[in-house]
Ligand binder design. Structure first.
Ligand SMILES: [Fe+2]
Length: 205
């Protein structure tokens, strides 16, 4: 009976949209309501719908998102699972009311240990995000050795693909900024620091 119940739960398991802890216009002027409407409401919703259509009947049915992203071969399931994971982490890391402009506690200590200073970390992260060719993501993660690492992930990939624990991600697909900043990716990235919820990022460590 227990096994049957478990399998019913897995059969009915679907991947869901993250619930935003802020209103669509709350991140203005850094990210406009229109961008959230499209980026969250259309792009992310499409990735979630695609994943829920692709996974049933495959070996990935019922598996956690992180497991799919870490293990699926390149292709549609990996691409859509990666983008659901990426955007879930992305949208939940923002706040209209920063409690602090810089990380605190163990995250602040780790950044100082591995990058020298918060300013130097931001400089290296900005360079990764601005310099990424084409569409993709810049991520701060905890690496396998416990040190913080910045990576550039192409398209829909995520640091879990390398066995890392993702903490903070900047989306540099044009759909993330084109309505508000057109081609000025660096301007968009510079402003994102104003809405990072460092408490959320630290809790991911
Ligand atoms: Fe995106």
């Amino acid at each position: 009976m227990k096994t049957l119940l478990m399998s019913l739960i897995l059969i009915n398991m679907t991947y869901e949209m993250p619930k935003l802890p802020y209103a669509h216009d709350a991140l203005e002027p850094v990210i406009s309501k229109e961008t959230i409407d499209y980026h969250y409401g259309k792009h992310l919703q499409t990735y979630v719908n695609n994943l829920n259509n692709l996974v049933p009947g495959t070996e990935f049915e019922g598996k956690p998102l992180e497991v799919i992203v870490a293990t699926a071969p390149d292709g549609a399931i990996f691409n859509n699972a990666g983008q659901v994971l990426n955007h879930t982490l992305y949208f939940l890391q923002f706040t209209p009311k920063q409690s602090s402009k810089e990380p605190k506690g163990k995250l602040a200590e780790a950044i100082k240990r591995d990058f020298g200073s918060f300013e130097n970390f931001k400089k290296e992260f900005d360079a990764a995000a601005v310099g990424l060719f084409g569409s993709g993501w810049a991520w701060l993660s905890v690496g396998k050795d416990g040190k913080l690492v910045i990576t550039k992930e192409p398209n829909g990939s995520n640091p879990v693909r390398h066995g890392y624990k993702p903490l903070l991600g900047f989306d540099v697909w044009e759909h993330a900024y084109y309505l508000d900043y057109q081609n000025r990716r660096a301007d968009h990235i510079n402003r994102l620091w104003e809405i990072i919820d460092w408490d959320v990022v630290e809790k991911r460590m």
